[in-house]
Design a binder for this molecule. Structure first.
Ligand code: ATP
Ligand code: MG
Length: 602
């Protein structure tokens, strides 16, 4: 603190001294130039006359009253003194005066021969009768005598307030710095608690120390904040990812067709997908974490779930078939699978319960069973007939010729029926197992339809139905599987005859359409089909539910097979009918489907 005060005082004093020197030099110069010029312009006689105390020069020197005045002297051109005025103790030094007129006015520095002090001397020429008669030389001491003494007193005056001010400032700053210093210490401790070594302060417990620590602390805090920000951002990303994965898993579990329930080892649900809600009439949010007794209204399911409370049953797969109360035709297969830890097959997490709707399979099973009984019945009836007529024929001698022919015809008809049924079943089985391959060949449509017509004609005549064939001569040929296509045409023709009454007319016609398409139509004037039945007659085993149909034998397979065959040929079949008036079936297909099939195969 004292050093600082002294430095301040020294700087202020130096500046002050320099300023005073400059002022002094300017003053001496003014006095010197003014006095030498004034004397230079004075009369020669005045200059050289009079004593030191009473001369013109002395008078002028007195007027100036310059305490640093050293001497004034009039010299002739050889340097000899003609008159002089000196201050106390001053000795006029010798000096070479200029000879050239341009240098007659001037100044130079000299050394006082007595005390060795520096002298600033101003000179000017003295003229007599237009000739240079000598010079006036005025000397002043270069270093002021009174500046230093004046300086010391003013310095003393300045030093005191400076010293007091500096001391006061020091204590004020110390008082202000103290809490900052404490804060600085705390910041250092906090930094160390973060595991960061703060650099040693440079200036002890001063402001610089505080600023240094504060700066480091701020940097540390900034780096911690950015670390925390980065961690928060990464945690947020992980949370988003987990929630995304969770949603994906949940959406996958919701989109599977089965209802899924996961129960823990105390039989309490930990997960349920949406499908559970309509099935068990529950809200899945309400059942999570709740014992089954509180929410499961279905006793069969409740009993099934409670089975897994016992450790021995919990480790095994189990299943039951459930009949929902609201729909006895439905069947739900409830299966339970134990959930083991992936790392330890002895640690059981709970059970996965899957509710699968097996109504379709159940119906198919039922339909299959019904079908077997139906077909058995259908085969049993003709077999009984065959048996009866065979026995009749055994007694050959008692039968008239016509009776024998009738019996053989009956046997033949029944065999035909059975064979048709068996063929249909075989074809359906092939279609459904995918083993039926079309063998396309070039076929003359005229021949194909004529053969079909001929094979049905007898049958039609036998029922009193008139059958006619209408084919244009240019009908051309087509590429198709002749055998399969015949089955389709035969089914339509046999239906038309079967569902016609005696006296009815059946027409089989064909025509070429644009786009290389061909159309075959089978039209009858029979019992007709209701609009509702029109939508179902192509379904397997479907038969119209009316007395006219049930009077006629059949298995509901002909149109199903026909449709499959036409579609295998990339064609279409449609029906147009009116109850009691008649029916028209139309088949449309490509006559030369090579390109189409190649395109489909590509
Ligand atoms: P299947 O052909 O197996 O011997 P089906 O003739 O009863 O027996 P489909 O040929 O598939 O079976 O016909 C299905 C149903 O469509 C028939 O039972 C009948 O009700 C109705 N049907 C089919 N063709 C005609 C038609 N030409 N006129 C009136 N009804 C028809
Ligand atoms: Mg039929």
């Amino acid at each position: 603190m004292i050093t600082a005060s002294l430095v301040v005082i020294a700087i202020v004093s130096g500046l002050l001294y320099q300023h005073q020197i400059q002022q002094y030099e300017a003053k001496v110069r003014d006095h010197g130039v003014a006095l030498s010029r004034a004397l230079s312009s004075a009369e020669y006689a005045q200059l050289v006359s009079g004593t030191d105390k009473g001369s013109l020069m002395r008078n002028l020197v007195n007027v100036q009253n310059n305490e640093d005045f050293a001497y004034g002297v009039i010299v002739n051109t050889t340097g000899e003194k003609l008159n002089e005025t000196t201050s106390a103790g001053s000795i006029v030094p010798a000096a070479a005066m200029p000879t050239e007129p341009f240098a007659w006015f001037g100044e130079h520095n000299l050394i006082s021969p007595g005390d060795g002090r520096q002298i600033r001397e101003f000179f000017a020429p003295i003229m007599l009768d237009g000739q240079l008669a000598g010079f006036v030389r005025i000397g002043y001491y270069s270093q002021p005598t009174n500046i230093l003494s004046g300086q010391i007193s003013s310095l003393a005056l300045m030093a005191l307030p400076i010293f007091l001010l500096t001391t006061l400032s020091y204590f004020l700053i110390r008082r202000e710095i103290k809490p900052l210093s404490q804060l600085s210490q705390k910041m250092e401790q906090a930094s160390l608690s973060y595991g960061v070594q703060v650099a040693a302060p440079m200036h002890g417990q001063d402001m610089g120390d505080f600023i240094q620590r504060f700066d480091q602390f701020i940097q540390l805090v900034q780096s911690r904040v950015s670390n925390i920000d980065a961690q928060a951002a990464s945690a947020q990303t992980v949370t988003h990812l987990l929630s995304y994965k969770n949603k994906k898993a949940e959406s996958a579990l919701n989109s599977i067709p089965d209802a899924v329930l996961v129960i823990d080892d105390a039989c309490i649900p930990t997960f349920a997908n949406q499908k559970i809600e309509p099935l068990l009439s529950v809200n899945r949010d309400d059942i999570i974490g709740q014992p089954p007794q509180d929410w499961c209204k279905n006793k069969v399911v409740l009993e099934f779930l409670m089975r897994f409370k016992s450790a021995s049953t919990a480790k095994h797969n189990a299943s039951i078939e459930l009949v929902p109360f609201d729909n006895p035709d439905r069947r739900i297969l409830v299966s339970a699978f134990p959930l083991f830890s992936p790392h330890d097959q002895n640690t059981l997490f709970g059970m996965l319960i899957v509710f699968r709707d097996i109504s379709k399979e159940h119906l198919a099973k039922q339909a299959g069973a019904e079908f077997v009984s139906h077909v058995s019945h259908e085969l049993k009836t003709p077999l009984n007939t065959l048996s009866a007529y065979s026995e009749l024929l055994l007694d050959y001698s008692t039968l008239a010729e016509t009776e024998r022919v009738d019996a053989v015809n009956v046997i033949h008809g029944e065999v035909e029926r059975m064979s048709a049924l068996i063929n249909n079943l075989l074809n359906i089985s092939k279609m459904e197992t995918g083993t039926l391959q079309l063998a396309r060949k070039r076929v003359k449509m005229q021949d194909l339809l004529q053969d079909a017509f001929d094979s049905m004609n007898n049958n039609a005549l036998g029922k009193g139905v008139e059958i006619s064939l209408k084919i244009p001569p240019d009908i051309g040929s087509v590429r198709l599987d002749k055998e399969m296509f015949r089955i389709a045409i035969d089914n339509l023709l046999s239906n038309a005859i079967k569902y016609s009454n005696a006296g009815g007319k059946v027409t089989l016609s064909a025509q070429n359409l644009d786009n290389d398409e061909m159309q075959i139509t089978v039209r009858d004037q029979g019992i007709g089909i209701s609009p509702e039945d029109c939508e179902k007659i192509f379904n397997k085993y479907y038969r119209a539910n009316n007395s006219e149909t049930t009077l006629r034998s059949g298995h509901g397979l002909g149109l199903f097979i026909t449709k499959q065959i036409i579609e295998m040929h990339h064609g279409m079949i449609s029906v147009n009918s009116e109850l009691g008036k008649g029916t028209e079936f139309t088949i449309t297909f490509k006559a030369q489907p090579v390109q189409l099939e190649e395109a489909l195969a590509a």
